[in-house]
Design a protein around this ligand. Structure first.
Ligand code: HEC
Ligand code: HEC
Length: 618
């Protein structure tokens, strides 16, 4: 196997494309990437669990290779025909021989591999591990982990400089950019965003190496109304020159007059370094911006084009003739000429693996277009990206509300911290309300959320609900080998009569709230309701599930607890939220360790889950 990879690397070297500069290329992680010679394209298909290899410029599929759950970043190893893919859901980096269309090796990593780049000779792979906050370095030939560095909070995007000396990493929920030394993992420099910057996924470096660009949004949590909450941005990070070390945020909603775009997801610089292509996954369009070479402006609107559904990746081909766009929910890659902007060709990269209902629901969840909004500024996914939380606490009319992850939603109705919605169809209130101001998905007047079921009245709303309910609990990486001794002690404390935790957080889903049991709604005052002067609905709240809580900080409805320990200590001053004041520091550690270990097996398959209602839709 080792010899096989080396052999393919050597063959790849042999077929060097004349125009490609072997040692002058920067490389960026992305859901789609081209081979150095431009002859092949690899894209990862999150819903299908596959990687597809497409011939360029023929635009025909060479292979579609199953890799596992939720593949994210793909990278070509040096000049070779080997692709490495981060399989986010299975915690593996998978190496693929793209000529044979076969998986060569699966490398287990700790958790949530997202972005990946290779050194220019293809010998080393650098990978961001999102939840652990690390970058690791792997030997591509042996799969051995050579290095592991703590770099920041929830790193996703990754790019490597042409000289292989440093990596640029982006933090997902802050859009901070961190420069890391590939020799020793030292943090060389950071470019902080504004406190509102959010969802920084990928980052690309310009061919000259003087700038890096990343798309992100701004989540302005003080404004729970449409025109002021979510904004699209490209940040320009200055790597060299007079303004080295600074960062300029370019607003994408005003760069073209008053035309609004939403959810910028990826960008790429044209090989001549003159333009930046930016795709918007919420408004299904692309802007091509002129790189001005002027430090004050950096980017100017040049031209734009309409794309298909939910574009999540964009890459220019090395000779600069075309730009390729990955329309994730059309399962297509489309090529546009960079000379005249006309479509050249398109290819289906995978068959739709979702039911028609789930696909419609997912499209509605991701789109910022009508009928979801009136002006294209926001989508459900702006705050619930891939069903995860956005790490924010929003000032809602009813008080401060931390965004919850959607994992296990089908089992954990009623919805909201205040249990004021009994079905996802009720989010028609959100769509028609101040936040999204859309025409909505249902005809006629909207009944009060808890009064009357509206399931079955609109196929679109039912589809949105089916998709929203389809998110499953992630397994905790803290208990991959089962509960640790500390977590076992914590489990005993959790179930003890003294702490009382399990009286409310009970059953397979660690909550006493039940779908469609409104007549016996279980809400509890655990002493957290008095901390927020804007609160209109407390002090009783719905008991949240504790499954997957290891990665959903901050905690409590108002997001005031930064850590799980804070929930049990500083935020539980009078023992009103279970009894914790008697616990020693070691016991607190044990209890937190137990909470972080949830879930260690799929709760939906447990025998007790049989007795719990769940909402249909999947
Ligand atoms: C501006 C950000 C934002 C947008 C846009 C948004 N949400 Fe939310 N969502 C939140 C916040 C904050 C909460 C927690 C609010 C609460 O519990 O009262 C939440 C809670 C939810 C919940 C309840 C989760 C649970 O475990 O109880 C569901 C379901 C949900 N949102 C669905 C949607 C849908 C569907 C859309 C689009 C129609 C949407 N959201 C748009 C911020 C947002
Ligand atoms: C009387 C019922 C009750 C008891 C007892 C109880 N909880 Fe809770 N728990 C709740 C409620 C209600 C909330 C939501 C409170 C809020 O958001 O302000 C909550 C929230 C939490 C959260 C934050 C969840 C999130 O997503 O932010 C954690 C963690 C938690 N509880 C753990 C525990 C532990 C550990 C114990 C035992 C020491 C315990 N709870 C005892 C009802 C209870």
């Amino acid at each position: 196997m080792m010899g096989r990879i080396a052999g393919i690397l050597a063959t790849g070297m042999f077929f060097l494309f004349a125009g490609a500069d072997a040692f002058g290329q920067t490389r960026s992680a992305g859901l789609m990437n081209l081979k150095t010679d431009g002859s092949r394209l690899a894209c990862s298909n999150r819903d299908s669990g596959t990687v597809t290899i497409v011939r360029w410029p023929e635009m025909t599929v060479q292979h579609e290779i199953p890799v596992g759950h939720h593949p994210e970043g793909v990278a070509w190893l040096g000049q070779s025909a080997i692709v490495a893919c981060c399989v986010y859901g299975d915690d593996e980096v998978v190496l693929i021989d793209t000529e044979a269309g076969q998986v060569l090796r699966r490398i287990p990593v700790f958790d949530e591999p997202y972005g990946i780049v290779s050194s220019s000779d293809g010998g080393r792979l650098y990978v961001t591990l999102e939840y652990p906050g690390q970058v690791i370095c792997l030997d591509a030939d042996t799969g051995k982990r050579l290095q592991q560095w703590d770099v920041g909070s929830l790193p996703r995007g990754l790019a490597i400089t042409a000289d292989d000396r440093s990596l640029l990493v982006t933090e997902y929920l802050t859009a901070r950019v961190i420069r890391v030394d590939t020799a020793d993992g030292r943090i060389l420099q950071t470019w902080d965003g504004a406190s509102t910057d959010n969802l920084g996924r990928q980052i690309v470096i310009s061919p000259s190496g003087t700038r890096a660009y990343l798309t992100h949004i701004r989540s302005r949590v003080t404004a729970a109304h449409g025109n002021g909450s979510i904004f699209p941005y490209v940040s320009v990070v200055r790597l060299e020159g007079e303004k080295q070390g600074t960062r300029l945020r370019v607003p994408m909603d005003t760069i073209r007059g008053t035309r609004v775009t939403a959810n910028p997801w990826d960008c790429d610089v044209t090989p001549d370094g003159k333009s930046l292509c930016v795709v918007f996954a919420g408004t299904n369009d692309m802007y091509i911006c002129r790189i001005t070479g002027d430090d004050h402006v950096e980017l100017d609107y040049q031209t734009g084009m309409q794309l298909g559904s939910n574009p999540r990746a964009v890459r220019c081909v090395p000779d600069g003739s075309a730009v390729l766009v990955y329309n994730a929910l059309d399962f297509e890659v489309v090529a546009f000429s960079l000379r005249d902007g006309k479509e050249i060709s398109r290819v289906t990269v995978t068959q739709n693996p979702l039911s028609e209902q789930l696909l419609l629901g997912k499209k509605l969840f991701y789109t910022a277009l009508s009928p979801m909004t009136s002006r294209g500024w926001i989508s459900c996914s702006s705050c619930h990206p891939d069903g995860d939380a956005d790490g924010r606490t929003w000032q809602q009319p009813e008080g401060l509300r931390n965004t919850q992850p959607m994992a296990g939603l089908a089992w954990t109705h009623p919805l909201h911290w205040s249990a004021d919605r009994d079905e996802v169809q009720d989010f028609e209130h959100t769509i028609r309300g101040r936040l999204m101001q859309g025409p909505g998905l249902m005809k006629g007047a909207l009944p009060d959320a808890m009064a009357e079921k509206i399931t079955g009245r609109s196929a679109s709303l039912d589809a949105l609900a089916a998709y929203t309910n389809s998110h499953r609990f992630p397994m905790s990486p803290h208990s991959k080998q089962g509960l640790t001794e500390s977590a076992k002690r914590g489990r005993d404390l959790f179930h003890s009569a003294e702490t009382k935790c399990a009286t409310c957080h009970k059953g397979p889903f660690y909550t006493d709230s039940q779908p469609f049991a409104n007549d016996k709604l279980q809400m509890h005052d655990v002493g957290t309701g008095g901390d927020d002067a804007t609160e209109l609905m407390g002090p009783r709240y719905d008991t949240p599930t504790l499954l997957g809580i290891y990665r959903s900080a901050p905690y409590l409805h108002h997001g005031r607890a930064a850590t799980l320990r804070d929930v049990l200590t500083t935020e539980n001053r009078q023992d009103r939220h279970g009894k914790t004041s008697h616990l020693t520091p070691v016991q607190l550690d044990d209890l937190v360790e137990f909470l972080k270990s949830l879930p260690w097996e799929d709760p939906e398959l447990s025998p007790e889950a049989e007795g719990v209602l769940r909402v249909s839709g999947r």
